[in-house]
Design a protein. Sequence first.
Length: 278
Amino acid sequence: MEPSKDISRLIEIMAALRDPETGCPWDIEQNFATIKPYTIEEAYEVADAIEREDMDDLCDELGDLLLQVVFHARMAEEAGEFSFGDVVEAITRKMIRRHPHVFARSDADTPDAVKKQWDEIKQAEKRERTERRARRGITEDFKAGFLGSVQRSFPALTEALKLQERAAKVGFDWSAPEPILDKIEEEIDELRVALRGGDKSKVSDELGDLIFAVVNIGRHVKADPEQALRGTNTKFRRRFNHIEQVLDVEGESLEAASLERMEEIWQAAKAIERAGAE
């Protein structure tokens, strides 16, 4: 099989990878839930390439993201739900429908008129979506209710922040940051109990509650949790790189170094950073 600019070749490749008899063992055992993290990861890789203005990487990462779409569509086709062609048809129909000022007759000739028209079309689509969900027996709808405007597609930290901001609009909120610290300590205690119990599901549940509370205090002190964590990630990278560099100079590898030695170098990296900040 040869590479091609034709999307049908990629669809053929995915079908071959998923073939129960001759396909790839890893690809065959995947499902929507196991592939989902990779789909999110590839979207972030695209965003990173854009931020770095690396067009070569962007082309590569867009391909990886496209592969995710083809992968999900293939699994859906195997389940008798829909195919890649249905995905393409759905988005082309949506784009044509939402742009009648481009693809059909329309009086929308200003940005405001286009936006009003777009909103009206989206409302019609929401009604159709509700009807489709009802026919499939899907009753729970996170897009409904007061919190429905907060997209579940956001990164978890961002979703938590926006849920809290939305709830605060109707007074469901802490009055000050200090009580949230008590809540965090309460969640830590509950996490300790879950850890002693050994129930992984309970541990995950309590960990989520703890993170949600931490996000809440970040909101109260005007510190965006996503950006705060990004800063910490950068700091961790820098300090760990320092460990690696020092060990390399000493002729030792990361794998061979003791935890005590790595912690010693870590503390030295912190001291260097603090001295530079003064």
